[in-house]
Design a binder for this molecule. Sequence first.
Ligand code: PLP
Length: 396
Amino acid sequence: MLTKENMVELGQKYSMNTFDRGDRVMVSGQGSYLTDSDGNTYLDFISGIAVNTLGHSHPKIANALYEQSQKLMHAANTVWYEPTIKASQRLIEYSVLDKVFFSNSGAEANEGAIKLARKYGEETKDKDATEIITMKQSFHGRTMATLKATGQESFHKNFGPHLEGFKYVEFNDSQALKEAVTDQTCAVMLEVIQGEGGVNTVSDGFVETIKQLRKEKGILVILDEVQTGIGRTGNMFAYEQVNLEPDIMTLAKGIGGGFPTGAFLAKNYVAEHFKVGDHGTTFGGNPMAAACINTVLDVMEEEDLIKNVNERSAQLKEGIKDLMKKYDKLNSIKGSGLLIGIEYDGDVKPVIDACYENRLMITSAKGNVLRLLPPLNVSKEEIEEALTKLDQVLAD
Ligand SMILES: Cc1ncc(COP(=O)(O)O)c(C=O)c1O
């Protein structure tokens, strides 16, 4: 049996140094709690960064994985699988889109969306109509295309030469967007709420401009709902809150409840531009992933989790408002549902470290924002506990 010190040492020795993992080793999780190798229990308000929709070790997810693995784990995308057909149908019926393609991650979902939009532009407008406008402070992933789609220079540095065809505008700057659109533009790509970029929500005015540009210039709207999708913001999809129907939407994170899977969905008039051989994946949409997606959706329906998200969100926001009266370093509350940001006046790292010490896990977003992402089935008592722990940290 490895000691904690051994594990951290071996982890550092054998893993690439791309994450700041500190010195905690997590060994198990149950509901909203994680337990480390010293037996300490943490209230997890990160949820694997918006992944563990149903908390940790949900018995129905565990059971779905077990049962599906007994039947069929993987064949190839040269055949159909029943769980995948069901998952496709359900995602389509929940959304305004018509066709789905499953991927393994958010970045891969976005890669597929970018490819599809480019082909659409080429075939409906012009050979060169492949340019995509994205937002400053956006985050779309770490692959070569999604890294360049991400409107933050710090992610591009050192990794050139880059893929061409991306242009950036200030989020919610309608004038800048209008000026950026040319005959070469095939799509505008954005998050309804920028998760990593600071928990910034798209404005009504910007939504109107996007709709107008879609109508007048025939550009597609790609919504990256990798972080916001599947109930996180208090609707099944965040676009419902801002009344902006996507032509293409990407999902990942919470959709598999912890199992790595993603998807991009499109309207028929866009999806039809993909022909056999245009896109592919070995693992995407395999029956294990689909079994998890179906289970997440089952539990969301059975337990009316969207209602819970809205009730717990109101409770959390109320509690944060009370904390704001006590601590003037808390500037504002951002976000929606259980994707909540607290603008903090100062460096958030010491606050997050102190929260970990106080057995509450929270994360950050750009611009000194503390980001809270509890599971969608978080209880009233757990929200209370998180607020108490945060209060204790801020008091120190
Ligand atoms: C909005 C958004 N898009 C894409 C991604 C990339 O997803 P993945 O890490 O699964 O590739 C993320 C991850 O944080 C995200 O928040």
